[in-house]
Design a protein around this ligand. Structure first.
Ligand SMILES: Cc1ncc(COP(=O)(O)O)c(C=O)c1O
Length: 722
């Protein structure tokens, strides 16, 4: 290709192609307003954000007008990957902030307990002394020698009190034998730090437990703040088949990549929830191809069913944490650490957060002590129930792309966000593919998901601690106390990431979040700096993109043209080619067409399983009368999908791509200036191509036309849970 204009690309021979793929050229290829803005700025100045720039502020303000008021801080980056990478760092900063406060609260609680112990000891001694006085009258002066200083500060012999071996950075090993009770809170805090923090240059990984699986994969925050290996394990929940970018941290949350060719598989701290695919759930219920169109599903129940994966993953995290704890305790034992019981505490079961007691808030140490009596697995006192064995983040696209242009069931994000937040995670909405009005009815994909479960109540507004470190965000500018009352009816993520369309081809990405999260991030003390992110030319380009979206009413346009396309596909394509086109779905100009192949079961072969859903074709016409076994199954029509895509290019000069875990989805996400006429051209071309599908489909075509929907299937569907 050598030239682009609007929704068209031109090759070296001057031939024109309709571009159905390019959501990066959001406004259309080479939009003049964007080019003018870039050219004008490049002539004047292009430098980094170290200098004040009115355009940067104007752009941020203009962008934030499209967000709910709770999301009010903007970071500029250069790509979608960078945006997600930064979002994961922000999530970690929230966890670190909680952890820090938890440590402080626990130190205070320890000090309080020690004070009580000391008072009880003094009382006991007083009573002993008076008893002795009664019994031995003249020996009272001897008892006086049992002053608490002498008792409290006498060294505890090794092996009788809490003692731990710390491996210091210099490699020296020393024994620490703390006193049974220190004489002041300060002493206790120091004692606590010795026991709990053992800060070393390896970021607080003391205790000589280097072999312990820490997985500090997102990079250390660089603070000397103590955080144990467990807490450093950044558990993250993502959706199956997701892609979030190419950096190490992004690949780790992208099953599309780590389960794909050359991928190293899932890291132990990544937990994968099923992708909520409505079509495949419907397919599982349908008894035969002819039934599919009538197989409706209760989206609310389906949303709950898929979101419940988060509970299951929380359970898994808990068990993984237990296994890690056991390994840690074994190491403590083998290092001869003395009184282990004094060093251990119960592991808090993550789903307990779901009882509404903790709900993502900082755990109260008194709640921990209440659990001391409950039989539960133990871990070292370094562990923080606020973060150990819990997820740091839940990351999901608001309409997953690589999973096959999936439209989430209504209420899914609400149910998922609520669960994730109750476990302490922040919720990241990846809008890199679908943001900026593409979904038609809203500017962002998350705005199409109603907050049916009240997930917004747990938005990170008030609960992130802002402690003694100076804040870079003006306190006076803080979130109004009554903001919770202004929460919108749709789900509000904690962090939103943007990329591709943001600069209409210019490398520009964005992260938007709450003030609380931004503060937690700035409180780490590490400066955020990005050489190119938000540079003078980038913000001019970004601002120009927003101006065009508003001026040309592109969101409404996407709604109108996208709705027209979906209706045309349903009217013209599905009835005629339903034997292969099993589903058309979409939001605005984000559309997927899923192709499947109905095929005979091969003897003794299991039925095809797709996306974790098994499919039994129970229609009588599809059963062997002798064995009663199904004679048909279905499989993703990957080759046919790629054949159709190639035919569209070769014969009709339409550029379209394929995607989905089984490569059987035609993916449509064109420049937003595409017209109704372009869509007519595409639908007619698709009709012609499908009519020329190779001969092996002839039988399926004939077969389906004779088939009647199974009567009993209607009854079966009625009785179904979904
Ligand atoms: C959903 C999603 N997130 C993030 C990214 C990464 O964006 P970039 O390629 O700009 O780094 C992509 C890229 O395809 C994406 O589809």
């Amino acid at each position: 290709m050598v030239r682009g204009e609007g929704q068209y690309l031109y090759d070296a021979q001057g031939q024109r192609y309709l571009d159905l793929v390019n959501n990066v050229a959001h406004l259309g290829h080479c939009h003049p307003h964007v080019i003018d803005a870039a050219y004008d700025q490049l002539k004047k100045l292009n430098t980094n954000t170290r200098y004040l720039d009115a355009n940067l502020v104007e752009y941020a303000e203009k962008l934030l007008k499209h967000f709910p008021p709770q999301l009010s801080v903007v970071y500029f980056v250069n790509s979608g990957s960078e945006a997600n990478d930064l979002a994961l760092r922000l999530a970690r900063a929230v966890r670190d902030a909680r952890h820090k406060v938890h440590l402080r609260m626990r130190a205070e609680a320890e000090a309080e307990r020690a004070r009580e112990r000391k008072e009880r000891g003094q009382e006991r001694r007083r009573m002993q002394a008076s008893a002795l006085g009664v019994q031995m009258g003249n020996m009272v002066s001897e008892v006086g020698r049992l002053s608490h200083e002498q008792i409290d500060e006498s060294p505890v012999p090794r092996g009788q009190g809490p003692s731990v071996t710390t491996a210091e950075t210099a490699g020296a090993t020393r024994n620490f034998a703390p006193t049974a009770a220190a004489s002041s809170n300060d002493d206790l805090f120091m004692l606590y730090q010795e026991l709990v923090a053992a800060p070393t240059s390896s970021g607080g990984r003391g205790l000589g437990l280097d072999a312990f699986e820490g997985d500090d994969h997102l990079g250390s925050s660089g603070r000397t703040e103590p955080a144990c290996d467990h807490c450093q394990r950044s558990n993250i929940i993502c959706l199956d088949h997701a892609y979030h970018g190419h950096t190490q941290a992004c690949i780790e949350v992208s099953p599309y990549k780590f389960n794909g060719r050359g991928g190293g598989g899932r890291k132990p701290y990544i937990y994968v929830a099923r992708c909520p695919d409505i079509f495949r759930a419907r397919l599982e219920l349908a008894a035969c191809p002819a039934d599919l169109a009538n197989t409706k599903i209760d989206e609310g129940k389906l949303a709950e069913e898929f979101a419940s994966d988060i509970d299951r993953l929380a359970e898994e995290m808990y068990h993984d944490h237990q296994a890690l704890s056991k390994a840690k305790i074994r190491q403590l034992e083998s290092s001869g650490s003395g009184d282990l019981d004094a060093l251990l505490q119960p592991v808090v079961r993550p789903p307990e957060a779901l009882d509404g007691r903790q709900e993502g808030r900082i755990p109260d140490p008194s709640e921990e002590s209440q659990q001391d009596t409950a039989p539960s697995p133990k871990c070292c006192k370094q562990c923080c129930p606020g973060c150990c064995g819990r997820p740091v983040a839940f990351i999901a696209e608001s309409a997953p792309g690589c999973a096959g242009q999936i439209i989430l069931p209504r209420g899914y994000l609400s149910a998922a966000y609520k669960r994730a937040r109750q476990l302490g995670a922040v919720c990241i909405a990846d809008e890199v593919q679908i943001g900026f009005g593409r979904v038609g009815t809203a500017m962002w994909g998350f705005q199409t998901q109603p907050d049916t479960e009240g997930a917004n109540e747990f938005l990170q507004l008030e609960e992130i601690p802002t402690d003694d470190v100076p804040l870079s965000v003006d306190e006076s500018d803080d979130v109004p106390a009554n903001e919770a009352a202004q929460l919108p009816a749709y789900v509000v993520p904690d962090i939103v990431t943007m990329g591709k369309p943001t600069g209409n081809g210019w490398p520009l990405g964005i992260v938007v979040t709450t003030k609380r999260i931004a503060k937690a991030f700035s409180n780490t003390g590490m400066e955020y700096f990005n050489t190119f992110g938000g540079n003078t030319a980038s913000v001019r380009v970004g601002k120009a993109v927003l101006e065009v979206i508003e001026r040309e009413h592109l969101q409404d346009h996407a709604h109108r043209v996208g709705t027209y396309l979906l209706e045309s596909l349903k009217r013209q394509i599905v009835p005629k080619h339903g034997y292969v086109v099993a589903d058309v779905r979409g939001l605005g100009l984000y559309v997927g067409i899923e192709l499947i192949r109905w095929s005979p079961c091969r003897p003794d072969e299991p039925l095809t399983h797709m996306g974790g859903l098994s499919h039994q074709l129970s229609h009588p016409q599809l059963q062997d009368s002798a064995t009663q076994k199904p004679t048909m199954t279905w499989e993703p029509a990957a080759e046919e999908t790629s054949w159709v895509a190639n035919e569209l290019v070769e014969r009709h000069r339409i550029l379209i791509s394929t995607d989905g875990p089984d490569h059987n989805v035609l993916k449509i996400k064109p420049p937003m200036c595409i017209t109704i006429e372009d869509m007519d051209y595409f639908v007619n071309a698709l009709d012609q191509v499908l009519s020329r599908l190779p001969d092996e489909f002839a039988w399926a075509r004939a077969f389906l036309s004779q088939m009647t929907p199974a009567k009993e299937n209607a009854a079966r569907l009625k009785g179904s849970q979904l």
